[in-house]
Ligand binder design. Structure first.
Ligand SMILES: [Zn+2]
Length: 431
């Protein structure tokens, strides 16, 4: 048995048919089956099936479709069919012709066809029609109202309104023209805008690059500023140092001479000894070394070259070299042992030193700002003379001499050197 049902034309859901009508109907439908479909008709004269009853419920000539075949079930062989009229047990030529005519009417759309709809879709359709009806009624009311108002308006008012309307129409035309112009302008403005946007893009890129460059330069500036302040600080420090050095006297700073009671001290080394203060000989030798260096520095400052001797300062082993006596070395240092001979070499060295000092004094005295030394030097006898004292001769040698007198002679000698330092500083130090 084939199963046939109808679909709603709106929602395509299968229709539920009214079964109460079913029983009282007879099979009268005829199906036009598509060319490929297999014809499935009710048996003529047989008892009416369910499907045949369904056909009865519909008007003649209604379209229907078969539902989609259930998946996995038997396939439907036909696809579409059309109800064309009542099925007569024995059909006459007239009935066949009528059927054909009806078919053509349906196909040409001349006959109204009732499309089957489900209950929900019918309700929806009715509601929509109601709404449309209400709107139409409201429109009608509005039109009526307008007509009534028109009747109430006087002739003058109508003219006024007409003029107003004309003015408004003119204004509308003008506005239309303006709109056209604006539209025309819009194109050029759009082109301008596009160009401006492109320019903006380029300018933004340039700005970006400028910022990059600016940051780079700013960084360099910071670095250079830092360097500049560092250099300025160093310059200020150098300036301070320079000022300090300018005020510093090189001779007085290098050679410090002062006295501590009977002993005189040069650069922290005591020169001389007395029984109460037995200064060790290495200190005395070092003091002699400093004194030799001082005399050489003084001589070099005024451009003096010693005659007869060459002074070689060498710490606590300084000496003089005789330029006449086969280059004999005269040591300006001693171990402290007293030599009984008249001409021991340490004494000879000290007397030679006095000779050199006298040469310096004589050279310095020739200068216009002449040097004045408080203590006289007697080179040949090797004496230092104190002009303020009656018995003021003090030998520089150690042989046949007391430690006190020897120390005093050394003291006078260093005082003379101190005066020489002051003179040299004033004369040459500030140049
Ligand atoms: Zn429906």
């Amino acid at each position: 048995m084939s199963h046939l049902c109808f679909l709603c034309q709106r929602c395509s859901q299968p229709l539920k048919l009214n079964h109460t009508v079913e029983a009282s109907q007879e099979p009268k439908a005829l199906m036009f089956i598509s060319a490929q479909g297999e014809t499935r008709e009710t048996q003529e004269g047989g008892p009416p099936s369910k499907e045949e009853a369904n056909f009865e419920n519909l008007q003649d000539g209604a379209f229907c479709r078969t539902p989609h075949p259930p998946s996995g079930g038997t396939s439907w062989d036909y696809s579409n069919f059309t109800l064309l009229g009542r099925l007569e047990p024995r059909r006459s030529l007239d009935s066949i012709q009528k059927t054909i005519r009806d078919s053509f009417d349906i196909l040409s759309g001349e006959t109204e066809v009732d499309h089957p709809l489900c209950v929900d879709c019918t309700d929806y359709l009715l509601e929509a029609l109601d709404i449309e009806l209400a709107i139409t009624e409201s429109d009608v009311q509005n039109y009526k109202c307008c007509l009534e108002t028109r009747e109430w308006v006087s002739e003058d008012e109508r003219e006024l309104l007409q003029r107003k309307l004309k003015g408004l129409e003119l204004e509308e035309a003008k506005l239309h023209q303006e709109v056209a112009e604006v539209e025309k302008n819009q194109e050029s403005v759009a082109a301008d805008l596009e160009a401006a946007q492109a320019e903006t893009k380029i300018l933004e890129q340039q700005e970006k690059q400028y910022w990059k460059d600016y940051c780079k330069l700013k960084w360099q500036q910071l670095e250079l500023n830092e360097e500049l302040s560092s250099v300025e600080m160093r310059l200020r420090y150098a300036q301070i140092q320079w000022n300090k050095l300018e005020k510093t006297d090189i001779f007085n700073a290098t050679f410090e001479i002062w006295h501590d009671g009977p002993l005189t001290i040069i650069n922290n080394f005591r020169l001389g000894r007395i029984p109460t203060v037995p200064v060790c000989w290495s200190e005395i030798n070092a003091a002699w070394g400093q004194t030799a260096l001082l005399l050489l520095a003084l001589a070099n400052t005024i451009g003096l070259e010693f005659q007869r001797y060459r002074l070689i300062p060498c710490g606590n082993h300084s000496y003089l070299r005789s330029l006449t006596d086969d280059c004999a070395e005269l040591p300006l240092y001693s171990g402290g042992e007293q030599n009984v001979f008249l001409h021991n070499k340490f004494d000879q060295a000290m007397m030679a030193f006095l000779d050199c000092m006298q040469q310096f004094k004589e050279a310095a005295e020739k200068d216009e700002s002449g040097l004045y030394l408080p203590y006289k030097i007697h080179v040949k006898k090797g004496l230092m003379e104190d002009p303020g004292s009656s018995s003021g001769f003090y030998p520089i040698r150690t042989h046949l001499n007391t430690e006190e007198d020897w120390t005093k002679a050394l003291k006078f000698m260093l005082i003379n050197f101190k005066c020489s330092l002051t003179w040299v500083s004033l004369r040459y130090g500030r140049k």
